[in-house]
Design a protein around this ligand. Sequence first.
Ligand SMILES: [Zn+2]
Length: 343
Amino acid sequence: MVELHFQVEMLTSRIVEPGGTLVEKPVEIRTDPITGRTARVTFARAAEKETAVDALPEPPPAAQEQAVCPFCQPQLAMQTPTLADNLGGTDRLELGTSTLFPNLFPYGRYSAVSLFDNRHFVKIGQASVQSYADSFRNCRDYLNKVLASDPEAVYMAITQNHLPSAGGSLVHPHLQVHADRYPPNHIRFLENRAHAYGLQSGRGLFTDYLAHEQAAGARMIGQSGDWQWLAAFAPEGFFEIWGILPGAASMQDLDTTLWQDLSRGVLSTQKFYRSLHRNGYNLGLLAIENSASRLELRLRILARSNYAPWVRNDHTGYEVMLGDMATFNAPEETAALARPFWQ
Ligand SMILES: [Zn+2]
């Protein structure tokens, strides 16, 4: 019997506080049932004073700099690259409010940028569902063209870095879209894991993960259409939330409704982050576009350190050197706080 193990190790650290009192500080070590990676919840750190979370930080200066933004009109046509001939004979892909063009600074063989709003700056949680859905579908169309031209470039992803604290270089709203013959680490790991799990159990890895979580209940948040939203059991980012589409392994198959449903969940997550006065996030949706893939679709989204003066980075020596993410609150609390934004 193949099973997923949702393991929590609870420990305490005994210290004498400055006032002389002996206290025990709780720490949880959680093991992700998918990756086997451990993550820590260091509850004591929630009491630390954080910079720039009393209110949503003001927009960065770049939010006013439309005139020098290469993604704004009229600069876009002059300052962004165009697609090579093998990808359909059009300069850029247009879909509704979205324009897609190659990334000037590619990460792999196929690397593009998909704008999702006509406005130069959109605060967290304030984009429209339609603009997001248009941009996601534009990414899907691009990936279809890639696959038609280069059938071996099956390792695909759509990502977003909102604000420089999350790695974003331009504030203008956009997604990155990637395809390659060479899988990045997470896709390579998940491909092997989902394949082995499917062979042993005959079932989908994320289908079973979701079934466990629905039975457990405490980390479930809500649904948007067929997408199921939940707090990650062993988060590797602050307030990490997953959207799972059980049984679906290909982005090519998703109809317009499913992209809109996905966009609704993404925006609900952002409204939740905004309520916590967080202004930066990363999101990612990975897929392996061949018929042998057993990897089901899961979008991850997590809050990053705020983009505001003198905010510390959320990856310390502990994360970078030891490899365990330390967040400060229980995923069950994340789910409870997030649920109202799905109603
Ligand atoms: Zn712009």
